[in-house]
Ligand binder design. Structure first.
Ligand code: 5GP
Ligand code: MG
Ligand code: MG
Length: 182
């Protein structure tokens, strides 16, 4: 059995994802051209793949840091509602331009928590870049400054997105067969 058998349909191919990332990077490179200190903050674990591919296309001086937040617990496809900081940034962000890189914004709770945590640290600016957005699922009022692709209200896996910590290594993004989690 391979992972492919568990995918009902592919939403975005590897090429489609990479093409969109290239566009996002072009925009970011323009917008931050005059930034003195850009810090890219990757939201683990789902944001890893996207961060790496985006970061390689950022042509400005930029540092990289990670934060780990968690709201899912084990084998579930729904968020628990409470978000914890599992691992904080390694470096201060005071005076810097922070670009938060997320895999997907769903209810918005994770991003809201992160913005609340970062807000008091004296950054020069904080913006958010998410690869995927499920706007119809939002329960708290947060908005990403850069959105790769809007997605329907379905449970996605691949390209960093997991089910029970699996499927992150699929190079594309697809919808998981409901039989896998039912
Ligand atoms: P939120 O706090 O916005 O509800 O959810 C954010 C986190 O939930 C994302 O960073 C991601 O880890 C997870 N998540 C939301 N939607 C999906 C999805 O369709 N598939 C997977 N695998 N994870 C999701
Ligand atoms: Mg995430
Ligand atoms: Mg997850």
């Amino acid at each position: 059995m391979t992972m492919e058998n568990d995918i009902e349909r592919v939403l975005f191919s590897e090429d489609q994802i990479q093409a969109r990332i290239k566009e996002l990077a072009t925009q970011i490179n323009q917008d931050y051209a005059n930034s003195k200190e850009l810090v890219v903050v990757s939201v683990l674990t789902g944001g890893m793949m996207f961060t790496i591919d985006l970061f390689k296309r950022i042509s400005l001086y930029a540092s990289l840091d990670c934060v780990d937040l968690s709201s899912y617990r084990g084998a579930t496809t729904t968020s628990s509602g409470t978000v914890e900081v599992l691992q904080d940034l390694k470096h201060p962000i005071a005076g810097k331009d922070v670009l938060v890189v997320e895999d997907i914004v769903d209810t918005g709770r994770t991003l809201k928590k992160l913005m609340d945590v970062l807000a008091a640290r004296g950054a020069n600016s904080i913006r958010v870049c998410t690869l995927f957005d499920k706007p119809e699922r939002r329960v708290v009022d947060v908005k990403a400054d850069y959105v790769g692709l809007d997605v329907p209200n379905e449970f996605l896996v691949g390209y960093g997105l997991d089910y029970n910590n699996l499927y992150r290594n699929l190079p594309y993004v697809g919808v998981l067969k409901p039989s896998i989690y039912q």
